[in-house]
Design a protein around this ligand. Structure first.
Ligand code: GMT
Length: 376
């Protein structure tokens, strides 16, 4: 198949969408495509040098006439410039606002041969589309894109419902690179975090209110009364200080470790016995997939796309949002039942490897690129 020249724009430093966009770019480069990241800073998972990967930094002009530096215009103009200079075939942008809008502006500048593929990740629809001042713009971005994908059926349904979109939206689940996410040998590292008889629970997020991190503390507090356990928090964000106070108030400081932002997530996940993800909203829940690939089941809420990822009773357990008592009971039951836990761990490894495999999803995106370019 013809090698393509692909531009990728994402939030390079933000959560799952940035991770997925970066990992996809790396995998496409491995397959021989030329990949150009066009972002305001270097994507944090970009890693080592690859001859097929290029990075173009978007610089924002801050003239005195601007009350707000116009990042979106700088991005649109940079996109058009890179497309012309590098003769890109298409732009794959992650998030409708502002990235798809900027890509459409770039397309107006360079001509209709440039194709725009937009991936919806969640917050652009579940939060921004409810804002009337933005909903028309999001609809314009989606309808104007040559192809649109979303990371779960639930997100597709919500996009249709909130915006009245009729255009085809392809389902392209998030994925993990099985060469990075697998159960690591952490026997000696584990000794630094917990005694041999203790279980390790983990929560990884950006600590936004939507993650309900205080529920994590509540669940952990109930679990550790029944099962000796420790809790690892990975990440930082607006709710961190509130969570820290809650942990202190409950006298849990000696059982909870705040690891802050971490790069080697697979290593930390391999330490854990259980992941907690009680989110209010979650279009997919990439961290639960990363955990699954490391053989760690998740106790989660049934919000958004989570049930498409976690099969209740097979690769984790689901409960209604906020039902911390049920989540605690499910966690305790699983941690006390060794055979059930082992079976769930195997099911996790199998599901992550075969259903959310990097090869399958990368091929799916490639097929979509060839389709929009009329190169079947
Ligand atoms: O959840 C966040 O706060 C970050 C956000 C992001 O942009 O990474 O996550 C969204 O995209 C991820 C990758 O597709 C999904 O796994 C998350 O579920 C989704 N977050 C929400 O829908 C709240």
């Amino acid at each position: 198949m013809e090698r393509l020249k692909i531009g990728i724009t994402c939030y390079p430093t933000l959560g799952g969408s940035g991770v997925v966009a970066t990992e996809l770019g790396k995998l496409l480069a491995e397959k021989g495509h030329q990949v150009h990241f066009i972002t305001h800073s270097m994507p944090f998972r970009l890693g080592k040098f690859d001859k097929n990967i290029f990075y173009h930094e978007v610089e924002v002009n801050d003239y005195y006439v601007f009350k707000y530096p116009p990042y979106d215009l700088s991005l649109a103009s940079k996109l058009a410039q890179v497309v012309k200079q590098e003769q890109l075939d298409l732009l794959h942008v992650h998030y409708a606002i502002p990235h798809a809008v900027c890509a459409l502006l770039a397309k107006q500048m360079v001509g209709p041969d440039l194709k725009v593929v937009t991936t919806l990740h969640g917050t652009d629809i579940t939060v921004l589309a409810q804002d009337e001042s933005l909903s028309d713009l999001i609809r314009y971005a989606i309808n104007g894109s040559d192809a649109v994908t979303a990371v779960s059926e639930d997100l597709i349904r919500e996009t249709r419902q909130l915006l009245g979109i009729e255009k085809r939206i392809e389902l392209a689940y998030n994925f993990v690179d099985k060469r990075v996410y697998y159960p690591r040998d952490v026997v000696s590292l584990r000794k630094e975090f917990a005694h041999p008889d203790e279980k390790i629970l983990i929560h990884i997020s950006n600590f936004r209110p939507v993650k309900r991190v205080t529920d994590v503390v509540e669940i952990f507090d109930q679990v550790r009364k029944e099962v000796p356990a420790r809790l690892l928090f990975v990440g930082e964000g607006p709710e961190l200080s509130k969570v820290l106070c809650q942990v202190k108030e409950r006298g849990l400081l000696d059982r909870v470790t705040f690891c802050g932002k971490q790069d080697d997530v697979a290593q930390l996940l391999s330490l854990a016995d259980l992941m907690l993800l009680p989110s209010e909203k979650e279009s997919f829940g990439l961290v639960a997939l990363e955990a699954m690939a490391c053989g760690v089941p998740t106790i989660a809420s049934n919000a958004g796309g989570i049930p498409e990822l976690i099969t209740h009773g097979e690769t984790g357990y689901l409960a209604e949002i906020g039902d911390v008592d049920l989540m605690s009971q499910l966690a305790i039951g699983l941690l006390k039942n060794e055979p059930a836990y082992r079976a769930m761990r195997e099911a996790c490894l199998h599901r992550a490897r075969y259903t959310f495999c990097n090869d399958v999803i990368t091929r799916q995106y490639e097929a979509l690129y060839y389709q929009v370019l009329g190169k079947p």
